[in-house]
Design a protein. Structure first.
Length: 167
């Protein structure tokens, strides 16, 4: 029995060492694939079937999708709003990487990671021109790994969008 327990402990220690040596983020990418889950499609707003996502929208922009919180209309062009989101993300303290190619100035997408385990989440933002020169926003975040996120995605989106009010 002791031999089996020691073998299990040695295997677990080896797994932890590989996880640390190879890298937490790299290990998740190796096991689960590319952490960038793509841009949220507001024309076909399908949310994650697991409770590991969050959707914040200016009213009227997310169709029939269930929205976790509403966002205001902004006095900025779509490109200006995305630049403010980029600035808010930079100041947020999140571990992140912008993953879109920047070709659409009205959209931005980031992969954020949890501090300890480096679990990845995709965060997508789309700024939409509205009548009267105002801009609406669709903000969606979803976890790549697991069924739940303990509210982390919603909290992150709320932190980023709250910073827009002061910007």
């Amino acid at each position: 029995m002791l031999t089996i327990a020691l073998a299990i402990a040695a295997a677990l220690l080896a797994a932890v060492l590989v996880f640390v040596a190879y890298g937490r983020a790299e290990t998740w990418t190796y096991i689960f694939g590319n952490p960038d889950l793509g841009q949220f499609d507001r024309a076909d707003p399908v949310r994650s079937p697991s409770p590991n996502d969050a959707l914040l929208c200016t009213p009227g922009l997310c169709g029939s999708a269930e929205v976790d919180a509403t966002l205001p209309e902004y006095d900025a062009t779509p490109a200006e709003l995305i630049a403010r989101i980029d600035d808010a993300m930079r100041k947020s303290g999140a571990i992140y990487r912008r993953v879109d190619d920047g070709s659409d100035p009205a959209k931005a997408r980031y992969v954020t990671r949890t501090p300890l385990m480096r679990f990845p989440d995709t965060n997508s933002f789309e700024a939409v021109p509205l009548p009267g020169g105002r801009t609406g926003l669709v903000a969606y975040a979803r976890a790549q790994i697991g069924r739940g996120d303990m509210g982390v995605n919603r909290a992150r989106l709320e932190k980023i969008t709250a910073a827009l009010a002061s910007g």
